[in-house]
Design a protein around this ligand. Sequence first.
Ligand SMILES: Nc1ncnc2c1ncn2[C@@H]1O[C@H](COP(=O)(O)OP(=O)(O)O)[C@@H](O)[C@H]1O
Ligand SMILES: [Mg+2]
Length: 358
Amino acid sequence: MSVTETQVLDALRNVIDPDLHRDIVTLGFVKDITIDGARVGFKVQLTTPACPVKEILEAECRERVLALDGVQEVDVEMTSQVRQRDAPHDDLIPQVRHCIAIASGKGGVGKSTCAVNLAIALAQSGAKVGLMDADVYGPSIPLMMGAQDERPFTRGNKIVPIQRYGIQMMSLGFLLEEGQAVLWRGPMVAGTVRQLLADVEWGDLDYLLVDLPPGTGDAPMSLAQLAPLTGVVIVTTPHHVAANIAGKSVQLFRRLNAPIMGVIENMAGFVCPNCNAVTQIFAGLTGEELASQLKVPYLGSVPLDPTVSDAGDRGVPSIIAQPDRLQAGSFREIAGKLAQQASIAGFTRKNDQSDQPS
Ligand SMILES: Nc1ncnc2c1ncn2[C@@H]1O[C@H](COP(=O)(O)OP(=O)(O)O)[C@@H](O)[C@H]1O
Ligand SMILES: [Mg+2]
């Protein structure tokens, strides 16, 4: 006698998603069960292709079903579908499932570097990714992506994003003439952020990462008002000052009702380009300590590695130029954690308001 679909589902109810704290059947992740004698197949549809615990879940599903009497073979197919966020009807980017801002208290901490490498890491995991450079004071994404000579064209009345390294990107830098200086006042910043959201043909995206200017000025404020954010990532360095200022950004975004998805510590230990040894340079608060002080998730640490800035200057992001170095691994790991946080945020918002972290 072969097993029944109910038996398979009951077995899979023992598999708990470690982030969402519910079993995968209740979560609606199990799809397309097929039973052919002693052979059982099904799909598990996760909320992100960048799920860091994909392999663990897959192994557990296989094990649970194999343990059933009468089952000899199990085919598990791991798929993903990033969930649609709840957006108001006047949403400027209705086809973007997660809009995530990358912020920092001060400049030069590696915010743009993180935005570029994380966007590429998410795309490499199979997600559809956009990168919007909203740093009105120093748009640096075109240079870092080796696209500073590109000029976007328009289709209909929309600006078509530039494609590089598997992601769609748009920067204010593309829309300014070379060397053109802009004296920004508040309403102009708001107008520009709106234009980058509404007038660009972003299309269907799992993640839109937005590189914000440093600090707590008009751009973060406008963004949070114009597009419902899944959340904000704060980049900091191990200096005390940077940590203090990071605390201020966390406060601002909390007041704007934008959830903090976590802290990334950049330029922590120095990686010797010759021998790969890691040396700690700054004695300040670690990113992990800062995150726990601010009561926000800690997403990880990226070492100080000269090849990161070399790569950025040459227009080939370091995750592409040096995919085997420690920094690239850090970016991939952080991207996984970020996708995980996005899934949690999307899920709690949709299904159970009371689960929301305070
Ligand atoms: N992990 C790192 N290792 C070495 N250099 C880095 C690292 N992260 C960023 N940089 C360099 O530091 C400088 C500032 O980074 P950037 O991303 O432009 O900062 P922000 O956007 O916060 O102003 C750049 O020259 C960049 O190449
Ligand atoms: Mg920058």
